[in-house]
Design a protein around this ligand. Structure first.
Ligand code: NAP
Length: 256
């Protein structure tokens, strides 16, 4: 299998790193010139990786091509490219619908959408794959766990969930900033909050058979400060704001 990446940015780099430490044995990996630094680093690090002279060369030298450019430039980039009949194109652009992609690339190309997370680098990403093409499923299974998605509606919703990464870190940032402003040394704030979140994530993972609402109640003593914080946060509109923000992402993803 020859892999290609149009767009050598954050997620392309993470996938290439994951592939190179996995059981996958691609014959070759060809990547775009951009980003120049990332492309050169990967090509220098791995003998299987080489840089395509143009995006068209990337397409021509690969069997499975990953589209890993930003949504703002994807239309322009793809309009300049010609794909072979039967060639496999895997789009990583969450805001781009398969219908639009099909309109640009034509009927003869095999199109799959996937939402890998940066944890592919350590082969620990859950990756939504739609439709669940067997080849793409086994590719992302080698980089963590591939989740078969059978409808655009479900795929869009998983795309919305994938937008939580910035908020997750932003929430920890907001809490540690507040603690530090109140006088707790920043390094202690960070260590405490990060450790707390890590333990909570581990607990949620280990308790997969229990509803999250049950965990929330279990970790909130009646009349205690955890119960109070969640209640105040909800009553002050925190959950409403969260759902409204998720709704906006959903509109952006599904409205394309
Ligand atoms: N990061 C994630 O966790 C993640 C996860 C799943 C899906 N995605 C999706 O994957 C796509 C890429 O995301 P990213 O985070 O990797 O973004 P990124 O780091 O900005 O990478 C995009 C790359 O595309 C390059 N590029 C721009 N114009 C190009 C062109 N004409 N031809 C070839 N390459 C070009 C950019 O090069 P320059 O730096 O030189 O501009 C940049 O290196 C996005 O659509 C995103 O939604 C990202």
């Amino acid at each position: 299998m020859r892999l290609g990446f149009v767009g050598a940015g954050t997620i392309a780099r993470a996938i290439v790193e994951g592939v190179m430490s996995s059981s996958l044995r691609p014959e070759s990996i060809v990547i775009s010139r951009r980003n120049e630094d990332i492309a050169q680093q990967l090509a220098a690090k791995y003998e299987q990786v080489h840089i395509g002279s143009t995006n068209q060369a990337v397409v021509d030298d690969s069997d499975m091509v990953f589209i890993a450019v930003r949504p703002q430039v994807v239309e322009q980039v793809l309009h300049e490219l010609t794909f072979r009949q039967g060639q496999h194109v895997v789009s990583l652009v969450a805001t781009l619908s398969a219908e639009k992609l099909r309109g640009w690339l034509g009927e003869g190309v095999c199109i799959t959408q996937a939402v890998p997370l940066p944890f592919v680098e350590n082969r620990q990403s859950v990756t939504a794959v739609f439709p669940p093409n067997a080849e793409v499923m086994s590719f992302f299974d080698a980089l963590g766990t591939a989740v078969a998605v059978h409808s655009k509606a479900e795929f869009d919703l998983m795309g919305v969930a994938s937008a939580l990464m910035g908020l997750y870190f932003g929430l920890m940032e907001g809490v540690t900033d507040w603690l530090s402003d109140k006088g707790l040394p920043p390094e202690i704030s960070r260590h405490y909050v990060v450790s707390l979140f890590a333990s909570l994530s581990e607990t949620a993972t280990k308790s997969s058979d229990r509803p999250l609402s049950a965990l929330r109640r279990e970790y909130s003593t009646l009349g205690g400060i955890n119960e109070q914080l969640f209640r105040d946060f909800s009553e002050m509109g925190g959950l409403v704001a969260l759902k409204a923000a998720l709704e906006k992402i959903h509109q952006r993803i599904s409205g394309d």
